[in-house]
Design a protein around this ligand. Structure first.
Ligand SMILES: O=C(O)[C@@H](CO)OP(=O)(O)O
Ligand SMILES: [Mg+2]
Length: 401
């Protein structure tokens, strides 16, 4: 019924203006799914390989498409994803590119859902999913690899943990973003936006903390529910291996000082979420920090785990974190992303489904988060490629699909 008739691949624009892979999957029964690969800027060293988009398309046409057309069933996600692995033949998708793999994997899922006549989240998650919605973590102020001459910490994320529903949560994050913009204007600080639509002013990290605290308080009063905030430190980008230190402009911190610094920030600002506070190779320092603050906040591994069950398993054994960021393009298929979520949940790690800094209008991750019952999703605050996911969450909750 859902046998794949054709897989078409092309390159389209992503939000940074770079080419990315888009896939169309058609089934023999007339079903259709379309999806596009996102792309990171602060990529983890252990991520699956993103090939230049044209190269990825050519390689997938040669190796993967013949294994899918007339052979695989779009609704059988494991079969589709195994065919992609078999076509690639490496453990990091370096033959066909994780960008081709993830676009095809997600397009097949959508084609399967289309034939079945079910919303994507239900096809992926089953009949009992669709009652819980993730809290959106919204990037409000940012710098690092996402904007020049802005904060050293990559992302300051609003976290509307007390929102009564997903729509109010989404609007609260937009309000925090707007409020920060107003506070910057009042201070006469000009601010452009970074790759994810967050404000990227030329201010110190300390000033960004003060701005976030003020904006979150203001919006909390206006909306009447609890709003906290968190960070993506993107520690691997700050860590300088030669100096064995974290470099924040003129300030450097040893690993011990970095652990201390983050633990103090968790205390001072009541941070509910801290992603990649340390370097991607330092399981030990991660474990030390988790030991200190893991009862109060999520310590999330992004570059540390790269949505990879082997790396997550090591982290679980070493007590490195209590949360994992899940980005399908880091590992290449939806099946692999689901495996990471399942291992996380079994081990009491909180899964956080996430966008990339380079995005498209594709809204698959909104469905993935609902299908997997993930408590959080990180997918920006404003900007069309970000609101594509946020508005899709609102539609899912409104049963408008
Ligand atoms: O570090 C991150 O978590 C992401 C998304 O916010 O950034 P990038 O896609 O550049 O890796
Ligand atoms: Mg990150």
């Amino acid at each position: 019924m859902t046998r794949i008739e054709s897989v078409r691949l092309r390159t389209v624009l992503d939000s940074r203006g770079n080419p990315t892979v888009e896939a169309d999957v058609h089934t023999e029964s007339g079903g259709h799914g379309r999806a596009a690969a996102p792309s990171g800027a602060s990529t983890g060293e252990y991520e699956a390989i993103e090939l230049p988009a044209e190269e990825a398309v050519a390689a997938a046409r040669e190796h993967a498409v013949p294994r899918l057309e007339g052979r695989a069933f779009a609704a059988d996600q494991r079969e589709v994803d195994q065919a992609l692995h078999a076509a690639d033949g490496t453990d990091d998708f370096s033959t066909i590119g994780a960008n081709s793999a993830v676009a095809i994997s997600m397009a097949a899922a959508k084609a399967g859902a289309d034939v079945l006549g079910a919303p994507l989240y239900q096809h992926l998650g089953g009949a009992f999913r669709g009652r819980n919605y993730p809290v959106p973590l919204g990037n409000v102020i940012g710098g690092g690899e996402h904007a020049a001459d802005a904060t050293h910490i990559q992302e300051f994320l609003a976290a509307p943990v007390g929102a009564p529903n997903v729509r109010d949560a989404v609007f609260a994050n937009a309000a925090v973003h707007e409020t920060v913009g107003e506070l910057l204007t009042e201070r006469g600080t000009p601010a452009a936006k970074g790759d994810e639509g967050a404000w990227a002013p030329s201010i110190s990290d300390a000033e960004a903390f003060e701005l976030m605290a003020e904006a979150v308080d203001e919006v909390e009063d206006a909306f009447g529910f609890d709003i906290e905030f968190g960070l993506d430190v993107a520690g691997a980008e700050l860590y300088d291996a030669d100096e064995d230190a974290y470099v924040y402009g003129d300030t450097t911190r040893s690993t011990e000082e970095q652990v201390e610094y983050i633990a103090d920030l968790v205390e001072e600002y009541g941070l509910v979420y801290v992603e990649d506070p340390l370097d991607e190779d330092d399981y030990e320092a991660f474990a030390e920090l988790t030991d200190r603050v893991g009862d109060r906040t999520l310590v999330c591994g992004d570059d540390l785990f790269v949505t990879n069950t082997n790396r997550l398993q090591e982290g679980i054994e070493r007590g490195a974190a209590n949360s994992i960021l899940v980005k399908p393009n880091q590992i290449g298929t939806l099946s692999d992303a689901f495996d990471a979520i399942e291992l996380a949940v079994e081990s009491s790690y909180t899964p956080v489904v996430s966008h990339r800094s380079g995005e498209t209008e594709d809204a698959t991750i909104a469905h993935l988060a609902v299908a997997a019952d993930a408590p959080f999703i990180k997918t920006g605050t404003v900007g069309g490629e970000r609101t594509a996911k946020l508005n899709e969450l609102i539609r899912i909750a409104d049963e408008a699909l």
